[in-house]
Write a protein that binds this ligand. Structure first.
Ligand SMILES: Cc1cc2nc3c(=O)[nH]c(=O)nc-3n(C[C@H](O)[C@H](O)[C@H](O)COP(=O)(O)OP(=O)(O)OC[C@H]3O[C@@H](n4cnc5c(N)ncnc54)[C@H](O)[C@@H]3O)c2cc1C
Length: 478
């Protein structure tokens, strides 16, 4: 049987490849870079400190993914976040302030005025429904900012949601579509007319279901809990281990440069590949193809097959981010760094989007006398900062850390990792673009698309989409 060719060995592509492998379908993964993982990249310094140069944590409650980690030999190498690192901070009026984690701390928080807290209490009684253009078949794609202002009030947007959108999407809440980027939140309003009421009803329904199962003599199934994970050698251990567990090694340093329907009766696809060392081009014959590449690469590869899908894919914007690591003697940092990290709302106008504190999240992985601080610079609102001169970025980050966290003296190590096209932005109109991709897939059996630009940017979400599509393709080939 001709193999399924997966183009791209990021988390999305490897998830698809792993599903095919588990279903016994031959699979060949082609990767342009000289290593697997895509933006998931880890390194170890001479003193043993592990740095994640792209994403920092994997958040998941997917039991299949956790089973995969065991199957690929990462069971004992998986690290779970220390519960003590659950505290999250934001910058507020120039100071680092803890985010409320429950109703009591929300009532007490200094982040919101009394008026804003009362407005929050009124959310369940506020009428549902976003803007609708006259004559349109569905409600308009509302921005996260408009949605949050309408339901929860402007202060919740400015002080709590805006930094979250920076932290997850490096994005601008005025531009990102709530239905595309936060579909569960959006669905609560659509279904129940209120986020709070919907959240409570869902929780009650889950409890009722659990009780009924227990009453019927069923085993008290534990509801999957969310876990925040990494690995002893950093996050890249995961794509590396998945790639190593496939039957065929990933073809690294090999770029896909063309895709065409194979001629002849057998059908299938011709995938044209070029070695990065400049060798001659070759053709891989594929029974089916899964593109797991950034949107603009998929647009180029599909341009000759379908101009509509290529146009839709090319319209998905990306935000640049630089990840700036500062490793600093702990005794010269005033803040105890006792939490997950700090995010900066845009209204605070800081040079950084936020900082994460991996040593608090995964204690024991790194020497504890050094503070490891992973800072994020740039994003959709300040893209030029991500691409500034390296020294300029380092000076700015150290100034900000001095001011916010009380860093004194020189760092032991610092490093800038640039991601010019880091995170796809699900701006308004995203759902239409994805519908166009789905239309193309429907019309083109044997070609599927996955990637962070599609359903979810998170690692867990990318894995879930890749795994689902891999399984669907396996069923058509089985
Ligand atoms: C700085 C940063 C921080 C992040 N932080 C987090 C976090 O803490 N937690 C979280 O859950 N998510 C985080 N994310 C998001 C998450 O890491 C990504 O959304 C996810 O890893 C994307 O995976 P992917 O496989 O879809 O794409 P990619 O990782 O981009 O993989 C695509 C692959 O395709 C390859 N490719 C491209 N063109 C070709 C070609 N022509 N032929 C062959 N191969 C090709 C590329 O080399 C690449 O390996 C972060 C992202 C970034 C950039």
């Amino acid at each position: 049987m001709d193999p399924v060719v997966v183009i791209g060995a990021g988390v999305s592509g490897l998830a698809a490849a792993w599903s095919l492998h588990k279903h016994g379908i031959p699979v060949r993964v082609v990767e342009a870079d000289d290593q697997v993982g895509g933006v998931v990249r880890s390194t170890r310094l001479d003193d043993g400190t592990v740095l994640d140069l792209g994403p920092q944590t994997l958040s998941t409650k997917d039991p299949d993914l956790q089973e995969t980690l065991r199957q690929v030999g990462l069971g004992s190498r998986t690290l779970s976040a220390d519960p003590a690192s659950g505290r999250r901070f934001v910058v507020h009026e120039g100071k680092v302030v803890e985010l409320p984690s429950g109703p009591l701390s929300l009532a007490r928080t200094s982040l919101l005025s009394t008026g804003a807290k009362f407005r929050l209490l009124g959310e369940p009684f506020r009428k549902g429904g976003g803007p609708v253009t006259e004559g349109a078949s569905e409600p308009d794609e509302e921005s996260i900012a408009d949605f949050v202002r309408r339901r929860l009030g402007p202060e919740v947007l400015d002080h709590m949601v805006d930094p979250f959108v920076s932290g997850v999407f490096a994005g601008d809440p005025e531009q990102i579509s709530v239905a595309a980027a936060l579909p569960e939140l959006h669905a609560l309003e659509q279904e129940y007319g209120s986020i709070v009421r919907g959240g409570v009803k869902r929780m009650q329904a889950a409890r009722k279901e659990q009780k009924e199962r227990e009453a019927a003599g069923g085993t008290p199934e534990e509801r999957p809990r969310n876990r925040i994970l990494s690995f002893d050698e950093g996050l890249q251990s995961w794509p590396r281990a998945v790639a190593d567990a496939l039957d065929e090694p990933v073809l690294v340093s090999t770029r896909v440069v063309g895709l065409a329907r194979a001629e002849g009766d057998a059908g299938g696809w011709d995938v044209r590949i070029a070695r990065e060392d400049g060798g001659s081009e070759e053709v891989l014959h594929a029974g089916a193809v899964i593109l797991a590449v950034p949107a603009e690469v998929a647009a180029r590869l599909l341009a000759g097959l379908d101009a509509g899908v290529a146009q839709a894919l090319s319209e998905i914007p990306y935000a640049p981010v630089s990840v700036v690591h500062v490793v600093h003697p702990m005794d010269r940092v005033d803040h105890p760094l006792d939490g997950f990290g700090v995010l900066a709302p845009s209204g605070e106008d800081r040079g950084i989007l936020g900082s994460l504190w991996p040593n608090a999240v995964f204690p024991g992985r790194n020497p504890k006398e050094q503070a490891v601080i992973a800072n994020f610079v740039g994003g959709a609102r300040t893209p030029e900062r991500a691409m500034a001169e390296k020294d300029e970025i380092l000076d700015m980050v150290r100034r900000e850390l001095g001011d916010l966290l009380g860093l004194r003296g020189d760092p032991a190590h610092q490093r800038v990792t640039r991601w010019p096209r880091a995170i796809p932005q699900y701006t308004r109109g995203h759902l239409d673009r994805i519908r166009e991709v789905a239309r193309f897939e429907e019309a083109t059996p044997g070609v599927r698309l996955v990637g962070s630009w599609r359903d979810a940017v998170s690692l867990g979400g990318c894995w879930a989409t890749g795994a689902r599509v891999g399984t669907e393709v396996a069923r058509t080939r089985g």
